[in-house]
Design a protein around this ligand. Structure first.
Ligand SMILES: *Cc1c(COP(=O)(O)O)cnc(C)c1O
Ligand code: SF4
Length: 339
């Protein structure tokens, strides 16, 4: 029992102990302190947040480190660009009750918690009013009722925020409710915690999110092979052993992973960790992230490069999200996506 408490304490402690002060991050990584004022300014709209274990995977003295680039607030975020919005996916219209998004008929997305383990600068939810969109424990009854009444729904997706920031008992009670709905076959969890805070993957968590009558799928979010260290591999193995299916999604990001060698190495590293590449996302056009965006043709060329280099199952699907589309839109075929 003591052992369990200690383990829980360790991930929760790592989470609360994350770096949130731009000056601390910049000094720790021995970067130019002239970056500090602008970083402070950019962090007002969307705060800095990065676990220390993730920072340890960054290279000191390198402002272009691909992991650092994902979390360091920059002056470029303060620029406004035409065509970049604050709610690019227009999610509000698919939000029938707080904490539930129902965009595609066979699956619903629940957002049990607003916070994440890390704040990614390119996040499309960087302007999302998380606080206003959490059902709270009483509100869960409504979400569960909604799901129970619609037999077309076969899968419940926990997203966020990051659902694994929620504690084990919240997740366990949600799983318990879902397994009693006969048409729910799958529980899917979209999380970046396996990557950024692998100590979150405890036996208690695995017990909370698995059950013999339901399939559990965990979709990680990893953008660069340097994010995968031995702790991540071990955490993935624990999940795999418990029968959890592991998939990954990546966001294409200028200056971070916009090279076929990096994307190919990422697929290889993921597969070595028993994680299958699932989606390669075109960046959502969110205000403050324009400097990460790539031309559509560049994205297609990169993807074609992967197809020519890798085994078919190592190639993620290149997709973008379009408000109103019946599914994520494939960008490999002839379908059209507005740039
Ligand atoms: C992406 C997404 C899903 C899941 O789509 P898949 O193609 O099944 O991965 C479900 N609901 C919403 C609102 C989404 O944005
Ligand atoms: S973990 Fe996901 S939801 Fe959270 S900030 Fe990063 S991209 Fe956004």
């Amino acid at each position: 029992m003591k052992c369990n408490l200690d383990k829980n304490k360790s991930w929760q402690h790592a989470l609360t102990n994350a770096i949130t002060e731009p000056s601390e991050l910049i000094k720790l990584l021995e970067l130019d302190e002239a970056l500090i004022p602008k970083a402070h300014l950019a962090a007002i709209t969307f705060p800095l947040k990065v676990p220390r274990g993730f920072v340890a995977r960054m290279k000191k003295g390198d402002v272009n480190d691909p992991l650092l680039q994902q979390v360091l607030p920059l002056a470029a975020e303060l620029e406004t660009h035409a065509g970049y919005e604050t709610d690019p996916l227009r999610e509000k219209q698919f939000n029938p009750i707080p904490g539930l998004l129902h965009k595609y008929p066979s699956r619903v997305l629940l957002t049990p918690i607003g916070a994440c383990g890390i704040n990614c600068r390119y996040c499309f939810r960087r302007h999302f009013a998380y606080e206003d969109n959490n059902p709270g424990s009483a509100g869960w009854e409504k979400a569960i009722d909604y799901i129970a009444k619609d037999p077309a729904i076969s899968e419940v997706i926990l997203s966020g925020g990051d659902p694994l920031v929620a504690n084990d008992s919240t997740l366990a009670s949600l799983t318990q409710k879902l397994i009693h709905i006969p048409h729910i076959k799958r529980l899917r969890i979209h999380t970046r915690m396996l990557i950024v805070l692998p100590e979150r993957i405890t036996e208690e968590l695995i017990t909370a999110i698995t059950h013999p009558t339901i399939k559990t799928i965990l979709v990680t979010h990893c953008n660069h092979p340097q994010e995968i260290n031995s702790e991540v591999v071990l955490a993935a193995q624990k999940l795999k052993k418990a029968g959890v299916i592991l998939l990954n999604q990546t966001v294409l990001l200028k200056g971070i992973n916009d090279h076929v060698d990096i994307l190919a190495a990422l697929s290889e590293a993921l597969f070595s960790a028993d994680i299958l590449p699932y989606y390669l996302h075109i960046l959502d056009k969110v205000q403050g992230a324009a400097h990460f965006d790539l031309a559509l043709q560049t994205a297609r060329t990169l993807h074609q490069g992967l197809i020519e280099r890798l085994s078919g199952y190592l190639v993620p699907k290149l997709v973008c999200e379009q408000p109103g589309a019946p599914a994520k839109v494939s960008m490999t075929g002839l379908e059209f996506c507005t740039e």
